[in-house]
Design a protein. Structure first.
Length: 638
């Protein structure tokens, strides 16, 4: 801990600040603060009445780290919200413009109830027993501890040595009684811990989507750890009785099944977030992680204090991952419900932005497309206003740019920012893969896909779809067919079927391609039907059915909007109709709207009639140059 202040119990207003026990009480009830927010408050109270400059405060709170001034500003904002106002209406913490802050309330200091003389005076002490003391206690009292650990609330065991591994899976908590199982709570606590711990760059976490299959009793944590490819699992049980919750947790080394750390909590439901704090703190301690101030702040950040908001948000996340219209709409309802419970729940707002952009791209009918586009923009603006430094907010912003705007430069930038804040996210890698394959950088797209697969090997839909598109654009048609057919089995038609239809054609099965495209024309999804019509026009033109092809194209030209894939297939149809001028117009339109893929263009046999046209050669040169510029600017060196 960074600050120097007196070891004392400070009393001010209706608050008690116990620096020895590292605890803030309001009218006798604990108030939760992150470690750095507590440090900030303790220093200000200790030096009450005096102005502390921002630089001085930052040096005291973060003595060994470089932290931007915004970190201190956030702490002050959190403290003001927590403390409220004094009886006279004044803020407890006064801002001195252009200088710093001063604590203004009257303060009484009394001696703490007990103090360990071996500790350095003035240094705050964590409420969790230090690791070295627990190890010593283990050797002294192992027998007594083994007998009593499960009889006492909040009992803890530890073993030595701490692991050197940095790969971890947090498994869904198992019910003690199968008849009283609460899947939302069981996966909810695991998801909260995954969200918190994923902010630590030294840990590689499996995402919630990867561990969700282990919900329920009967899970073997060692088998799960081996299947997930991690060296350590966090496994536990949870039981709810009215407003009380009992949580037992242990950190297990997968290689030999040895528990590295274990603990038992008995708390009220309202203290569920405090359990998350304690578990997160112990994971950091057991792994002996060195985390900077920014990571520490994110680790202990609470995105909501409302357990109902949290549970409904989690339901929304689960539904959104199913990739169907019905589940996406249900996810939106869940996120909206979470925001009723907590209007400032930034994760739920980001979820709404992602779901709205998914509705726009995949599932919206023609008459509702603009409404979903507008909502995606509105929700991401609100999410940014709530928390512009949240990884999930930047992930959602990347989703909007990827699924609504096809702005690949912004997709790459926002995905990179999300991964900088949380390297354990998978979706930003898939967003980057999409940007790269649309711009013709197929090797780079595959690298990002593999990075995403390393984070979550169980997300087969996104993985197979990305691999299928890369194979299609690289003219490896049998590989593309295999991938898209598996996506078709696992998901809904708008996800991969338009790609599958054209891939059947390239793979030598034009009848099957035409049949699937004709079926998809009737899809309620605006984008799916438009892409299918354009593909059907190109297939009909390729087999010489000029009249039907032209009739379909006239209908497409009358539509308000066509995305780049539909525009590309219209270009292919005009190429087969030997109308080069129109083919080049639609190719340029596709490229301007987000599909500028040199490998696809240069090897597509539907564009063969354009090969002798100098304008087509110039177009190919332009698309190649776009890819190279992107490679130099955005391709990661790792």
């Amino acid at each position: 801990m960074g600050g120097n202040y007196e070891s004392c119990i400070y009393e001010f207003g209706n608050f008690e600040l116990d620096t020895l026990e590292h605890r803030l009480l309001h009218e006798g009830k604990p108030v939760q603060l992150t470690p750095k927010a507590f440090e900030t408050l303790a220093i200000l109270v200790d030096r009450r009445g005096h102005v502390l400059s921002k630089d001085e405060l930052m040096q005291l709170v973060w003595p060994d780290s470089f932290v931007e001034e915004s970190g201190l500003t956030r702490n002050i904002s959190v403290l003001r919200k927590t403390l409220g106002r004094q009886k006279g209406g004044e803020e407890f913490i006064e801002t001195i413009p252009k200088i710093g802050y001063r604590f203004t309330a009257d303060v009484n200091c009394r001696s703490p109830r007990s103090q360990d003389d071996s500790r350095r005076p003035g240094r705050p002490v964590s409420s969790v027993v230090p690791y070295r003391l627990l190890v010593g206690a283990l050797f002294v009292g192992i027998v007594i501890l083994a007998v009593t650990v499960y009889r006492r609330p909040n009992a803890e065991i530890k073993s030595s040595p701490a692991p050197t591994t940095r790969t971890l899976a947090v498994l869904p908590f198992r019910p003690l009684d199968a008849n009283s199982s609460d899947p939302n709570l069981e996966i909810g606590l695991a998801d909260a811990l995954i969200t918190r711990l994923s902010n630590l760059k030294q840990l590689s976490l499996r995402p919630t989507s990867a561990v969700r299959k282990f919900v329920g009793p009967g899970t073997d944590p060692i088998a799960a750890g081996n299947e997930l490819g991690v060296e350590t699992v966090l496994d536990g049980t949870i039981h709810r009785e009215a407003d009380r919750v009992l949580v037992s947790v242990q950190l297990i080394r997968v290689s030999d099944g040895v528990p590295i750390w274990a603990h038992r909590f008995v708390e009220t439901m309202s203290d569920l977030f405090r359990i998350q704090d304690s578990i997160s703190e112990r994971v950091v301690s057991v792994f002996q992680l060195k985390i900077d101030a920014e990571e520490q702040e994110r680790l202990f950040r609470r995105y909501t204090e409302n357990t109902q908001a949290f549970e409904t948000y989690l339901r929304g996340r689960s539904l959104l991952a199913q990739y169907t219209r019905e589940n996406t709409l249900a996810a939106i309802e869940a996120f909206e419900e979470a925001l009723i419970y907590d209007p400032n729940y930034s994760l739920a707002r980001s979820g709404l932005a992602m779901a709205s952009s998914e509705m726009y791209l995949r599932f919206a009918e023609e008459v509702e497309a603009k409404n979903w586009a507008d909502r995606a923009d509105n929700e991401i603006a609100k999410a940014l206003e709530l928390d512009a430094d949240l990884a999930e907010t930047h992930q959602a912003l990347a989703a909007v740019y990827r699924k609504k705007d096809f702005n690949w430069e912004k997709v790459l930038e926002e995905s990179a920012r999300a991964l900088e804040l949380n390297p354990n996210l998978e979706q930003p890698h898939y967003f980057r893969a999409a940007a790269f394959y649309h711009l013709g950088l197929l090797d780079e797209a595959m690298s990002e896909t593999e990075r995403a697969e390393a984070v979550d090997p169980k997300n087969r839909i996104d993985s197979l779809r990305a691999r299928g598109v890369i194979a299609l654009f690289d003219h490896r048609y049998s590989d593309a067919v295999a991938s898209f057919e598996e996506v078709q089995r696992l998901s809904s038609k708008p996800i991969a079927d338009p790609y599958l239809a054209i891939t059947y054609f390239y793979n030598g099965d034009p009848q099957r391609a035409e049949k699937l495209a004709a079926e998809l024309v009737n899809s309620p999804s605006r984008s799916t039907s438009a892409r299918a019509e354009a593909i059907l026009a190109s297939l009909l033109a390729a087999k010489g059915d000029r009249n039907r092809a032209k009739r379909i194209i006239r209908g497409l030209e009358a539509r308000e909007s066509l995305d780049h894939h539909a525009a590309y297939s219209v270009a292919a149809a005009f190429a087969q109709l030997r109308e080069s001028e129109k083919a080049l117009f639609w190719l340029r339109r596709a490229a301007a709207d987000g599909l500028s893929c040199y490998p696809l263009f240069s090897g597509d046999r539907l564009l063969e009639p354009l090969r002798s046209d100098e304008r087509f050669a110039a177009f190919l040169n332009d698309t190649y140059a776009v890819g190279e510029l992107t490679r130099r600017k955005y391709v990661r060196s790792d």
